[in-house]
Structures are given as C-alpha cells and as structure tokens.
Design a protein around this ligand. Structure first.
Ligand SMILES: Cc1ncc(COP(=O)(O)O)c(C=O)c1O
Length: 389
C-alpha cells in the first residue's frame, strides 16, 4: 500500500516511539518508569464525572452534538466567563469562541483553515512536534525560529529572512511553553501582534498550560494584549488544569474570521464534541478551580524533588516557571541522546530527549511531573545511584 507523500515527511510521533520502547522492555520484565509523557495520572474531579454520567443518560445527547461545528452555546458562554474571570479577556460567545476536541485538534484545523499548499508556517525550535506534522499535512512548509535560553526562550522575529516573511501565512506560539516551561510577557505578545500585522501573519497561540504556573508567575492570555484579536486565536484545553486529557475537550477563542475557517473545517470533518462531555466541561470550568490549586501544590512538590536530585548529582538547574515539565541541561555536557540512553539503560527511567523538539533542544532533556509521587521518588533514587559521584 502506497501512503500519502505528505506523511513521509513526518517523523514517527515521539511518544509512540517511546511507548514501543517501554512496552518491549516491560515485556522483558524491566520495571520502567516513564517520565516522558505529560499526561496527568491524578483523577478528573468527581463532580465532572458525575455530570458526564447524568448527561449520558439523556437520549438527546446521544445524537450529533448541538451546534456541532462550534460547540453548544452553554459551553461557549462558560468559556467566555472563565476567560473573563481567569484572564480578564472579554469574549463574545457568538463568533469569538469555539469548542474543540482538545487543543491539538485546534492546531491541526487552524492550519487547514488558514494555509495553502506551499505557504510557510513559522514555529519555534524547540517546539511541540504536532505543529510540524500539521503543517506538513496541509502541504505547507515549516520554518523554525530558534528559541534559546539566552533570549529568554523568545523567538527573534528580526532574524526571519525576508523571503520567508513573504511566504509566511501563519505562526504557532506556545507559552507557557512545552518543552521549556518558559512563560511569555505582555511585551513579547505585543511584539508578536505588531510582527503579525506588519507581515499579514495569522497567529495561533496554543495555551493549554495557562494554569500550570509556579513561583507567583501571573496567568496570561495572548488575547489580553491590544490588537491580538485582529491577528490571531488562542487555543486552550481542559486536559491539563482539570486532569481531563482523555476526555478530549478544549476551546479556540479570538479572531472571528479564523474561527469561522476553523469551524468550516470542523463541520466537514469531526462534527463536534459529545454533548455530555460539553456539559461535564461546563461543570469543570464553573466549579473546579480548586482542583487547579490542588494540582499545583502536587506538581510544586515534585518539581522541588527533581531540582534537589539534580543538585545532588552535581547538575543544579533553575527551572522556568510554567508547565508541569522540567527542561534540564544534561549533566556533564552529555548530548540529549547520550543522557536519555544512559538513563534508560542504567536506571530504566524514560525521559524525553530535547532533540525530539528540534535541534536547538540539544543538550537538554524534558522530565514530566505527571507521574505518581512514589514513582517519581523511585526514579530520582535510581538517578542518584547511577549518576551521583
Ligand atoms: C503545546 C501543546 N499543545 C497541545 C497539546 C494537546 O492538548 P490537548 O489534550 O488539549 O489536545 C499538548 C499536549 O501535550 C501540548 O503540549
């Protein structure tokens, strides 16, 4: 069977490769600890589960979703309320909010709705690998902007060559950032708006970690910056703040024309989100903010444990203030792959190599804090044993 050329350009999805490696080792009896994937193991709040069960009993919810291409109005209103409450952003639920099957779906359909074959889409290196895949699937061309520690993990728009700018149609940004954990500033977002206006570029700010912040870092929406709605959309998700990765629900907000394009793609592909899940998501947004505080305390504790461990093996690091990932320089100037391989082979601990997110990820690894405490403790003990001097 000959598969589409566009798929040939996409490397195997990082976590599928990792999962295969882990499954093989586990089948051989190795007790592997996986710190590679950002998928909270702590449960979804009970009130959300109860609402899903209640709504699942109602036959009308078994039909195609209400307002399938944009999400039900009750959900969109609740998103608008949440955005006002959490980020001070005003949104009109009619036209400025759209339901998504997770922010990953939104990234993909944003690209399909906005770019033509051969257009350039700007993204960062390191960056979330799914952006690149979506760009290729739309037969467009990714252009990677280096995102370096010495530049506070902000891309330098002035370095994008003029010939690329002429062809650039869209740009992905993502703060708090996966994989680095870096957070944006208002000044940076304003600069991005200015850049997008000057070069007619549509921005997709992917913000699923908007609530996962430490050390007093302020919550920030791209849409809170003047002019943002003229040039872009923001995606968000219930996956991370409410431990709902498996539920597949998120939202897109902002520019009406971009959202209409996204909605048109959705109308003709996925037909929307199960009603019962939208009702359950309303419950989460309305009454489960305490869950966020509870999870931040848990992640904060785990974050500290990892920092202490790396300090003890002679590789202290200062983390960025967002996401439940730690972006850590590999000890003793090892390459990303050398360190991840050594961790796997000597300690049966899996972490993500920085280079999986782009070549500027070289020299780093990413640890996810979404594993149970005792597994993380065990992983840190093993790391100390193998890499402690
Ligand atoms: C930057 C980024 N965007 C999107 C997603 C996907 O989120 P969702 O579960 O809302 O599709 C992830 C998940 O890891 C992510 O890291």
């Amino acid at each position: 069977m000959q598969v589409a050329d566009r798929l040939q350009k996409i490397p195997p999805y990082l976590f599928v490769t990792l999962r295969n490696k882990i499954n093989k080792a586990r089948a051989e009896g190795v007790d592997v600890i996986n710190l590679g994937v950002g998928d909270p193991v702590d449960p979804t709040p009970q009130s959300v589960i109860d609402e899903l069960c209640r709504q699942a009993q109602i036959p009308i919810n078994h039909q195609y979703p209400i307002d399938e291409e944009k999400g039900m109005i009750a959900f969109r209103r609740e998103v608008a309320r949440w955005y006002e409450k959490r980020y001070g952003v005003e949104l009109n639920p009619e036209g400025e909010v759209l339901g998504l099957i997770g922010s990953k779906e939104g990234c993909h359909h944003f690209i399909l709705g906005i770019v033509n074959p051969g257009d350039v889409v700007l993204m960062t290196d390191p960056g979330y690998p799914a952006y690149r895949a979506s760009i290729y699937m739309a037969s467009a061309e990714p252009y990677s902007m280096p995102m370096l520690a010495e530049k506070n993990y902000f891309p330098d728009f002035d370095q994008v060559p003029a010939e690329i700018l002429k062809r650039a149609k869209a740009m992905f940004l993502n703060y708090p950032n996966n994989p680095t954990g870096a957070c944006a500033t208002r000044a940076f977002f304003s600069k991005a708006v200015e850049f997008a206006k000057a070069h007619d570029i549509a921005i997709c700010h992917d913000n699923p970690y908007s609530e996962i912040l430490f050390e007093g870092q302020e919550r920030l929406s791209f849409l809170s910056v003047p002019g943002a709605k003229d040039v872009g959309v923001e995606l968000n998700s219930l996956s991370k703040p409410y431990n709902m990765t498996g539920w597949r629900i998120g939202m897109a907000m902002g520019n009406r024309e971009i959202l209409a394009a996204l909605g048109k793609v959705k109308e003709n592909t996925d037909s929307g989100i199960f009603n019962a899940i939208q009702y359950a998501a309303i419950t989460a947004l309305r009454q489960e903010d305490d869950n966020i505080g509870k999870m931040l305390a848990i992640y904060g504790r785990r974050r500290k444990l990892v920092m202490e461990t790396f300090a003890q093996i002679g590789s202290p690091f200062t983390p960025q203030k967002g996401t439940f990932y730690l972006w850590i320089p590999a000890p003793r100037e090892m390459t990303s792959i050398d360190f991840t391989t050594a961790l796997f082979e000597k300690a049966a601990v899996v972490v993500a190599a920085g280079t999986a997110y782009g070549r500027h990820g070289e020299g780093f690894i990413r640890i996810s804090l979404t594993v149970p405490d005792r597994r993380l403790e065990e992983a840190m003990e093993r790391i100390k044993k193998v890499f402690g001097s």
